[in-house]
Design a protein around this ligand. Sequence first.
Ligand SMILES: [Zn+2]
Ligand SMILES: [Zn+2]
Length: 142
Amino acid sequence: MDDGLLTRLRTWVNEGQGRTIALSSSAGAVVLATVLSVWLFARAGTTPRQAVKAEGRAVTFVCKGCGERGETRVTFGATYPIKCPKCGEVKGVKAFKCVRCSTIVEHVPNGVSRCPKCGFAYKSLADDQPRGRPQPGAAGQP
Ligand SMILES: [Zn+2]
Ligand SMILES: [Zn+2]
């Protein structure tokens, strides 16, 4: 290694043009990181999906204990039955919203789920599809 070249390189980095380049590139990285984090934060604040990620998974349930039906949030690894936010019992079973009247319909595994309000029938999904959505009318009209 040429010591003279190394010394000149050090001098070049510490003084003059090299220093300016080194400084501006690190400043640029800081600016980029700030812009990126602000952008990500803004997205987290405005995108529902991002908010859901932060708070857990939104699930629809029907409580077999107290009859409460609605939506709540659980951790991503959680499975049914879930803890009912009203009575605290772990009796919240899988449910979904009726596409016709928005009533919470209890999901009947491997059967037919029927809306208690409008009677619309849904062909139920297998239990291994926790995020799936039953197809309206697949089991025929009421
Ligand atoms: Zn309950
Ligand atoms: Zn309905």
